[in-house]
Structure formats: structure tokens, C-alpha cells
Ligand binder design. Structure first.
Ligand SMILES: O=C(O)CCC(=O)C(=O)O
Ligand SMILES: [Fe+2]
Length: 304
């Protein structure tokens, strides 16, 4: 991985020294050995599988997004649509709407290849959440450090996220990065990991007004806005890769992750979706045709 130019996350310049920054370990060699995959998943908290999907499938998903972005006039007309170059006045991050009613996207994220992978990994029938998280990240934007548990802890915690790039993502375009061994720091992160972003304190009028009155969040779910000082505190390295179309990354609910900032006008496209054993309970916020998500139906008051 060549890191000659400075890299940023949430506008903080990352420490690119070998103690602080490194490359994800690829597990494609163990693809057909579920015992070994599970051993690595427990040890590392993630599996990075390169070259898994047929690129035509990813390219088809990518084009479905390109067409929608072009139709809403988010792309710079000076470039071919398939290059997915943003108009400079467009700021984008989370764009779940782009994956709604999108068969070419569903074909990738809920297709037989990926479900087969999880079936093998879990060793029994699996299910996925019915919501597809999708991101179209424009210049200067990135995702703050967090664990996914705080957004989806009302069912089994033996749930895995799958992050799929829909386009090649060189470092300057800003892909996902994982904090090495952070899944082994659950004791230190206990207060944070107990957060459920849809709970609120009904005995605190300001919180009730924010969550129920204004539809806001009691807690954003982020651990911090400073990936550099977080790493200095917790240790480990920020791990990432020069992702290629066809790759995916899967990881545990308690593994800290964030993204590099996009330093280009190319929009970074990626999905993140969730998979678990079918025999275990699923978080009801993410199940069904019209999911509750983090909307009003998901909010639960408690006395704090
Ligand atoms: O793609 C990103 O920037 C964030 C993705 C993420 O948080 C996830 O995959 O759980
Ligand atoms: Fe996440």
C-alpha cells in the first residue's frame, strides 16, 4: 500500500507510521475452509475477501446508482456518467434511498454468492436484515469511528456487517478502515457498547423534545470525531486497503471502524448490509417490508 500523500479521517491527518497504520489481511485463501475463516474472524474481528464477486455484478450495481445520481443532477456533466464524478456543489454521505427498489443492488447484496458465503461461515441457514445501507460519499466527507452494535443490538449480537465497494476505492477516495484488535476491548468500551441510539430518557424534557418533538437522536452513535487520538488511546493500527470492485469486508458488531475522507471528486459508493443465523432473533427495527429503522416507531423511552 503506497501512502505517499497524507491521508485524513474527519479532517484529522492520520499517522501513517507502521505502528499506527497498515493493511488489512486478505482471507481469500481460506474461502472454502469455514473453520479457518471462523478462527480468523474471532482472532481479527474481520475477514477481508478480495476478488469474491464477479465484477460484472458489481458494475451493474454501480451503474444502477450512476443512473439515479445522473437523473437527480448530482453528477458533473463534463464527465461520462459511468465515472460518477460529483458536481462540486453536492455534499453527500448516507444515501440509503439509492438502494431502495433496486434489483441490481439486491442481486449483489442478497444474491446466492454472499448468502452462500454466510451459510458456510455460520454453518447453518442465515438471514439478512431487510434494510440496505448505502453511501455515496463526496469530497471532504468521511464516517466517524463507531461500532455497529449501537445501531442494531435488539436481536442477536452474533451479527456481521458486510461492506462492499461499488467501484475501486484507492486510498484517496476514502474507503473503510478498521481499528486493529478493537473487538477485544469490550471492557474498556462497555459504556459505549451499551448505547442504543433509539432509546431516550423520558424523564428528561429536553431529550423528549429532541427525539419525539423534533425526530432527532438521543445519541449519534459515534464514539468520537477524532480517529487519531482514539487510536493513541486504544492502541492497534488503523487498517485499510486499496479496495477493488469484487472485494468485500465483513466484521463483528464490536469492531471499531471509520472511513478515510474522500479527497477527490469521484463519489465513493459502498453498501453495508447485515447477516446472521436464521435461528437467532433479529433486531425488529431492521426486519419487514417497510422497516422502522431509526424512525419514530423505533424510539423507546426509559427512566434514566
Ligand atoms: O462506508 C462507510 O463510510 C461506513 C460504513 C460502516 O459504518 C459500516 O459498514 O458499518
Ligand atoms: Fe458501521
Amino acid at each position: 500500500m503506497v501512502t505517499s500523500a497524507p491521508l485524513f479521517s474527519l479532517k484529522h491527518e492520520l499517522d501513517a507510521s507502521p505502528e499506527a497504520f497498515g493493511e488489512l489481511t486478505c482471507s481469500s485463501d481460506a474461502l472454502h475452509d469455514p473453520a479457518e475463516l471462523n478462527r480468523r474472524l474471532d482472532e481479527d474481528g474481520y475477514l477481508y475477501i478480495r476478488d469474491f464477486f464477479n465484477r460484472d455484478l458489481i458494475q451493474a450495481g454501480r451503474m444502477s446508482i450512476a443512473e439515479r445520481l445522473a437523473a437527480e443532477d448530482s453528477l458533473d456533466p463534463a464527465y461520462p456518467v459511468e465515472e460518477i464524478i460529483a458536481r462540486t456543489d453536492k455534499v453527500m454521505t448516507y444515501r440509503g434511498d439509492l438502494a431502495l427498489n433496486n434489483p441490481r443492488m439486491d442481486r449483489v447484496v442478497y444474491g446466492p454468492e454472499l448468502l452462500g458465503f454466510y451459510r458456510n461461515l455460520f454453518g447453518e441457514p442465515v438471514r439478512h436484515f431487510d434494510h440496505t445501507w448505502f453511501r455515496a460519499v463526496s469530497r471532504g466527507q468521511g464516517t466517524p469511528p463507531h461500532c455497529d452494535l449501537v445501531y442494531m443490538s435488539r436481536g442477536t449480537h452474533q451479527l456481521l456487517t458486510c461492506w462492499i465497494p461499488f467501484g475501486n476505492v484507492p486510498l484517496e477516495v476514502g474507503g473503510l478502515m478498521l481499528l486493529e484488535n478493537s473487538h477485544k476491548q469490550a471492557d474498556r468500551l462497555r459504556t459505549y457498547l451499551e448505547v442504543d441510539v433509539d432509546l431516550y430518557c423520558e424523564n428528561r424534557p429536553r431529550e423528549v423534545e429532541k427525539v419525539i418533538g423534533k425526530g432527532g437522536w438521543s445519541h449519534p452513535g459515534w464514539l468520537t470525531n477524532n480517529p487519531v487520538s482514539l487510536r493513541e488511546k486504544l492502541g492497534g493500527r488503523w487498517l485499510t486497503a486499496e479496495y477493488q470492485m469484487g472485494d468485500f469486508l465483513t466484521f463483528k458488531m464490536t469492531l471499531i471502524h471509520a472511513s478515510l475522507d474522500n479527497q477527490t471528486d469521484r463519489i465513493r459508493l459502498s453498501s453495508d448490509t447485515r447477516y446472521q443465523r436464521a435461528s437467532q432473533p433479529a433486531d425488529p427495527r431492521w426486519v419487514g417490508e417497510n422497516v422502522a429503522g431509526h424512525g419514530p416507531r423505533a424510539k423507546q423511552g426509559m427512566i434514566c
